[in-house]
Design a protein around this ligand. Structure first.
Ligand code: SAM
Length: 290
C-alpha cells in the first residue's frame, strides 16, 4: 500500500461491517455495536448510500465474506482464550472494533497496522467520542519494512506467552517475503498460539465468471492504491504453513454451512476465490484436533 495515506480498503471493509448491522436480517453473523459509531459523522452519509442491493449478488457475497471472516476470527479467539491465551494481536487491524468489545478482563489486545492507517483510526475514534479501550496497545508496523518482533517487543508484548493472531483482509496486499516473515514470527510462538487469516485463490484456479468478479475487485483495490499481489491455492498455503498443526481451510460452501443457513435474506458467499483459514502452533487441548 502507499506509505503516506491510510488504507482505503480498510474503510470499505468497515463500511460493509456497518451496513451488516443496519440492513441485514437478524440474526446477524457479526454482532458489532461499534461498527456504525466508529465511522462517526465523517462517513455517516457515505454509509447511508452504501449499496446493500440484493440485485448485486457479488456485492452481497463480498459483505458476507467480510462479516464471516471477522466472526470466524472471534470464534477462534474464544477457543484460544478458553485454552489460556491472554494476548490477541490483530495484524492489519484497520477499523476492527474488537478492542472496544473485548469481554475478557485478562485479554490484552495489540492492534498492529500500517502507521498511516493507525493514525487515521485514532483520529476517527477521537472524533467519535467512543471511550478508549482498556488492556489495549497500538503498534505501528509496515510489514514490508519492519519486523513484528521488534515492534511488539517495544510495546510490552510477552513473546513467551501463547497468543492469538488475526490477519484479516491483509495477505493479498503483501509481498511473499513480508507474508513469510510474519508467518515465521507467529509459528515461532509457544504452543497454544493460533492464527486466523483469509486468502484468495489465484485467477487461474477460478472458473470464468468468477475470474470476472475477481478482476473487478482487483481493479477497484488497484485504483485505491492497494493492488492485490499475493494469491495461494489451498495446497500452496498448506505448504507455507507446514510448521503449524490443526489447519482448517474453509471454502465458500463450508462457510455458508457454518454461518449462513436458514437466513431470511440472501446474505451468503459466492464463488471460490476467498477462503478462511485457522492454524495452531499446537492444537488447543480442548479442541480435539490434532
Ligand atoms: C482490507 S484492510 C483490512 C482491515 C481489517 N483487518 C479489517 O478486516 O477490517 C487491509 C489492512 O491491511 C493493512 N496493510 C496493508 N499493507 C500493509 C503493510 N505493508 N503493513 C501493515 N499493514 C498493512 C492496511 O493498513 C489495512 O488496515
Amino acid at each position: 500500500m502507499q506509505t503516506a495515506t491510510p488504507s482505503r480498503t480498510a474503510l470499505r471493509v468497515a463500511m460493509r461491517r456497518a451496513a451488516h448491522q443496519l440492513y441485514d436480517a437478524r440474526p446477524l453473523v457479526l454482532d458489532d455495536p461499534i461498527a456504525v459509531p466508529i465511522l462517526g459523522q465523517t462517513y455517516a452519509e457515505e454509509l447511508r448510500r452504501t449499496p446493500t442491493r440484493p440485485d448485486r449478488p457479488w456485492s452481497v457475497a463480498l459483505r458476507a465474506f467480510m462479516v464471516a471472516r471477522s466472526r470466524y476470527a472471534e470464534d477462534n479467539l474464544a477457543r484460544a482464550v478458553a485454552g489460556g491465551v491472554t494476548q490477541y494481536v490483530l495484524l492489519g487491524a484497520g477499523l476492527d472494533t474488537f478492542a472496544h468489545r473485548n469481554p475478557w478482563p485478562h485479554l490484552h489486545v495489540f492492534e498492529v497496522d500500517h502507521p498511516a492507517t493507525q493514525e487515521w483510526k485514532r483520529e476517527l475514534l477521537g472524533e467519535s467520542g467512543l471511550p478508549a479501550p482498556e488492556r489495549h496497545s497500538y503498534i505501528p508496523v509496515d510489514f514490508e519494512t519492519q519486523t513484528l518482533a521488534a515492534q511488539l517487543d517495544a510495546a510490552g508484548f510477552d513473546a513467551a506467552a501463547p497468543t492469538f493472531f488475526s490477519w484479516l483482509g491483509v495477505v493479498p496486499y503483501l509481498t511473499h517475503a513480508a507474508f513469510r516473515a510474519s508467518i515465521g514470527f507467529i509459528s515461532a510462538r509457544p504452543a497454544g498460539t493460533g492464527v486466523t487469516l483469509d486468502y484468495s485463490q489465484p485467477r487461474s484456479a477460478l472458473p470464468p465468471l468468477e475470474r470476472l468478479a475477481l478482476d473487478s475487485l482487483a481493479s477497484r483495490v488497484q485504483q485505491a492504491g492497494e493492488p492485490f499481489q499475493l494469491f495461494f491455492t489451498p495446497a500452496e498455503i498448506a505448504h507455507e504453513l507446514a510448521a503449524f498443526r490443526a489447519i482448517e481451510d474453509l471454502g465458500s460452501a463450508q462457510i455458508n454451512a457454518r454461518y449462513f443457513t436458514e437466513r431470511a435474506d440472501s446474505l451468503r458467499l459466492m464463488g471460490a476465490a476467498g477462503r478462511l483459514l485457522s492454524a495452531w502452533v499446537e492444537a488447543p487441548a480442548q479442541s480435539g484436533l490434532s
